[in-house]
Each structure stands twice: as C-alpha cells, then as structure tokens.
Ligand binder design. Sequence first.
Ligand SMILES: NC(=O)C1=CN([C@@H]2O[C@H](COP(=O)(O)OP(=O)(O)OC[C@H]3O[C@@H](n4cnc5c(N)ncnc54)[C@H](O)[C@@H]3O)[C@@H](O)[C@H]2O)C=CC1
Ligand SMILES: O=C(O)CCC(=O)C(=O)O
Length: 445
Amino acid sequence: MNEYIQNCIDSLTERNPAQNLFLQAVTEVFESLDPIVAEIPDIEQHSILQRISEPERQIMFRVAWVDDQGKICVNRGYRVGFSSALGPYKGGMRFHPSVRLDVIKFLSFEQIFKNALTGLGIGGGKGGSDFDPKGKSDGEIMRFCQAFMSELYHFLGETTDVPAGDIGVGAREIGYLFGQYKRLTKRFAQGVLTGKQVGLGGSLARKEATGFGAVYFAKEMLATRSDTLEGKTCVVSGSGNVAIYCARKIQELGGKVIAMSDSGGAIHDPAGIDLDIVTALKEVERARISEYPNRRHGSTFLPGEKVWKLPCDVAFPCATQNELGLVDAKELVENGCFAIIEGANMPTTPEAIAYLREKNALFAPGKAANAGGVAVSALEMQQNAALQNWTFQQVDDRLKTVMASIHSDCVFYAKKYHREEDYVFGANVAGFLKVANAVQSYGVV
Ligand SMILES: NC(=O)C1=CN([C@@H]2O[C@H](COP(=O)(O)OP(=O)(O)OC[C@H]3O[C@@H](n4cnc5c(N)ncnc54)[C@H](O)[C@@H]3O)[C@@H](O)[C@H]2O)C=CC1
Ligand SMILES: O=C(O)CCC(=O)C(=O)O
C-alpha cells in the first residue's frame, strides 16, 4: 500500500483506540485510493486524507428523561458532523443499546461518500443514542425524544445539520423530535429534519426509498450480466424499514423472498414471505418476527439463526453492521448465491467481501446501494424549501435516476482503473473524488 495512505491509517489507529468500526470503514475507503493517491499528488500535498478522516465536530450530551414508573433514566446522545464540504451535515439518528461514539463515527464517515455519490449537495453526519426503544411505551419514546432534542436543537438547522431516521428511529420518533424542535425554536422549520410523516411535510416515497433504491441498484448490476431479478430466490436480513421495502420491490420485480429475520432469529417461508404479515408485525404491532409462523402455514422460525444458510440466488443484508461474515459468505456461495446487495451500512465483513470478490460474485457496497434513502431525504429538503409536495411517482422517478447514476459512476471508475465489477473500488473512488475536490477548493479549513 502507498506509504502516505499507510501512515494515515497508522496515525488514525493510534489516535482512535478501540474504535474498530470506524477504523474498518476508513481502511476500506483508503485502501481503494492507492492508484488515485499515486496519480494526484495534491491529495498528499493538501493533507486531504487527514482532513477527511477527522470529524469537523463531535457532540456528546446527557439525555435525562422519566420512565412510566417515574424513575429518572440517563442515556448518552451523539451527533457527529463529519464533513460539510458538499453541504449541510446529513444522516440519520440511531437509537439502539449498542450505540457508542465508534458506531456513530463509522456511520458518519460512510455517509460522507454515500451522500457525495447522490450528487445532491449534502455533507456527511450521523447521530443517535444508546437508548433502547424495545419494550418502551409510546409515552416513554416521546419523553426520550423530547429530552434528546432539548440538548441537540442548538446545533441543527436547514443549512447546518439535518438529521433523519436510522435503526430505532422512524416517522413516529421524527414526529416527536420535530415537535420538540418547533416548540423550542418557535419556528416551523420543516427542512431541519427529514423522514417526517407526509402530513408534517415529509416526502412521499421516503419510507420506501432505501429498500426500493437497493433493488433499483441490484437491477442495474444484474443487467450488466444480462440478468434480472425475475424468478430469483432471495433472502433479506432484518425486518425493519429497509428490509420490508427492499423485499416488497423484489417481489414486485418477480423475485421470491424466502427468508427475513430480526435479532431473535430468521423466518423461512418457501412459498415466499407474506409482507403484509411482516409489515403488520413490525410497523403496527412492534412484535417479534417469531410470531410469523403462527399466522402463516408452511413457514418456520429458526431461533438465533441468520438468513444466509438458506439457499438463494441473491442476498440483501438489510439489518446491521458486520452481520455477514466469512463463514456466511462461504455458505452463500456454496449454495449458489451470485449477488449480494447491501441495504444496511457495512453489514459485510472485509474478509467476507474479499471472498465474494474472489468467487466472482457481484457485490454492491452500502454506500452505493443504500443511498436511495438519503437521496430522497435531500429531495424532501428541496420540497420543503420550495413549499412543494411532489407525487409518489415524481419522487420514485428521481430515485431511479439517482440510483442509475450512482451505478454508472461505480462502473466508470472501476473500468477506468481496470477493476471491472469492483463496486467497492468504484464507489469509494467516485465518492472520494467529489469530496476531495471540494476540500481542496476551500483552502485550509
Ligand atoms: N432507514 C434508512 O433510510 C436507512 C438505513 N440504513 C441502514 O439500514 C440498516 C437497517 O436500518 P432500518 O431498517 O432503518 O432500521 P429499523 O430499526 O427499521 O430495522 C432494523 C432491523 O434490523 C434488525 N436487526 C438489528 N440487529 C439485528 C441482528 N443482529 N440480526 C438480525 N436482525 C437485526 C431489527 O430487528 C430490525 O428488524 C442499518 O444498517 C441502517 O444504518 C441505510 C440507509 C438508509
Ligand atoms: O435520510 C437521511 O438523511 C439519512 C439516511 C441514513 O441514515 C443513511 O443513509 O444511512
């Protein structure tokens, strides 16, 4: 590896002890830049890699709130504004007990390049809390969101930082966060959060965008091998926002989703998952996926299992980071899987990615394949700024165009550097070059 890149990684490792997810995300991007750094001396001369890997700001704060028993609970809140080179910090908020600074930094770093790939003028940021929404009442969720926003609102704004949802944060939570923002600032500033309910200024198709976008990307990728999703057996991990709409679009395009999951295990339905049941369980009842077989004859629940062990043609990891490891990748390939499309952020480990590439499987990294969600968030910002409400069709058409353009950028850079079909390389280089050019143009900031 280029000496400058290696020195940057070594220095980051020393300065960020125990931030393994962040270092994993940075290493993957930086490793792709070998030929670029050799070709463009300005990158080293202007210390672009050092500047791009140091967050512009990192905010951590106490969130104190009262549960239904009257007990005072304390959580930690985070918001990392990684890069505003291309626009206001933009990225979701994650509420999950595993949230630490490391998690938020890796997500925020990924977001820089993903957002650059959309071409929509948004910088990279991410936030969240170690608050666990599982089992909490609606009142507890509301009080937590209000307490969280009471600390964060100073730092937000339509042109500075615009959060949205991620794991554990959907339209309900965004509504509570927006309500508290409005109450504290006395401003009906719709563009300060995205992923809002349509009645509060949210965009049609935002809910569907990440999952649909991943499948639009898969469609483009399969077309390069003159193939389609029609008749393909698919597995989708997770059963949240991304997974549900990914599975819906697969079925619409003629594929059959035979397995989904949550953190308790997987469901296997050889006849094809009934998504109305999954949507009712997850979006309405907030129940476990283990309930599914009670409502669907011929299906089974596999406690503690992942979906990767079930034979399929195409796999969509849509749950969480590092959920698909080397053993899983081997099982997938041995069972005939030839394409893996990441709906989640960094769900595949580096060893698994290397193995899949070695076996000639098509592999789409999250920063390209799941960019549809943040792209439609940017379209929501545009609608809010222009006081407009676009139709579902208008937004969906723009989403398809954005996903096709990201796909062609990946293919372009992979071809240019003789790395055909290497979408990880193509996405990292395409995203990086846009950000690096902007960072250099600003001078030393
Ligand atoms: N919501 C969005 O627009 C976007 C989300 N993402 C990423 O997609 C992934 C999923 O996010 P959402 O669907 O929004 O969250 P969500 O909260 O709606 O759903 C998360 C799902 O993952 C499952 N899950 C969590 N840990 C798991 C584990 N260890 N094993 C199996 N399942 C597990 C949960 O049970 C749940 O079904 C995350 O990586 C997120 O960062 C990426 C781009 C945009
Ligand atoms: O819609 C957004 O602003 C962010 C979505 C997100 O968190 C992501 O792309 O990972």
